[in-house]
Design a protein around this ligand. Sequence first.
Ligand SMILES: Nc1ncnc2c1ncn2[C@@H]1O[C@H](COP(=O)(O)OP(=O)(O)O)[C@@H](O)[C@H]1O
Ligand SMILES: [Mg+2]
Length: 249
Amino acid sequence: MLKLENISFATDDKEILRDINLTIDDRFVAITGPNGSGKSTLLKVIMGLVQPISGRIYLDGEDITDLSISERANRGISFAFQQPIRFKGLKVRDLLELAGGRGKKGNEGFVHACKVLGEVGLCAKDYIDRELDDTLSGGEMKRIEIAMAAARGTKLTLFDEPEAGIDLWSFQSLIHVFERLYQKTSGTIIIISHQERILNIADKIIYLKDGMISEYAEGKKVLDQLALDINPVAGTDNLLGDIAWKEVR
Ligand SMILES: Nc1ncnc2c1ncn2[C@@H]1O[C@H](COP(=O)(O)OP(=O)(O)O)[C@@H](O)[C@H]1O
Ligand SMILES: [Mg+2]
């Protein structure tokens, strides 16, 4: 269980997260909301990439607020970025071994990670010796990163807009990666997304607006609220599709 208590984050001139109180005990939670509402910052605070100016974070009752990123990773938190980081000199193979190695014997972890790479639509043998540099397209890089987070299958996996930069065809297979991760592990998945297909399979949806939680409830309830926010006239008849956040007031 993840618990955030009075979490705030601000830069010198801007309040980005305002007194967030949140208890996540469901297995699949989606975060959605307009650009700039603080979604990525919220995940970064959980992973320890940025430090909140106030508040505490608990994972299974343990206060992790002052733990480093690697200490949090050791506690079982992993993160897939909105814009994956490229590592010159590091190969896909190295990342696979890092991701799959834990708790598995021999090359079991590696084999499993190769399988997940196939699940995101990348043929392992074509990619295994590629370098994680800018010869990989944004979409390929993103899929590799998602595959790795899925291969690790940790207690808490955080995905920041997995759909960003990925074509619709590849995205269909990605949905299965999340579903399989959900079925195969007992961990929690938190995923920032604007995709209706992801919002639809979430146990709960957090709707973040201006750094505050505007709604946090069962998926259906929040989807109805979102539809009203986007198009007050059409209400729930307005299918979300790719949510046009620029139209949100
Ligand atoms: N380190 C930072 N310094 C200054 N502004 C930041 C920083 N991190 C985020 N912001 C700003 O905070 C707001 C929320 O950012 P972000 O969490 O990335 O939003 P979202 O992921 O919902 O689009 C944005 O206006 C962004 O420009
Ligand atoms: Mg973001």
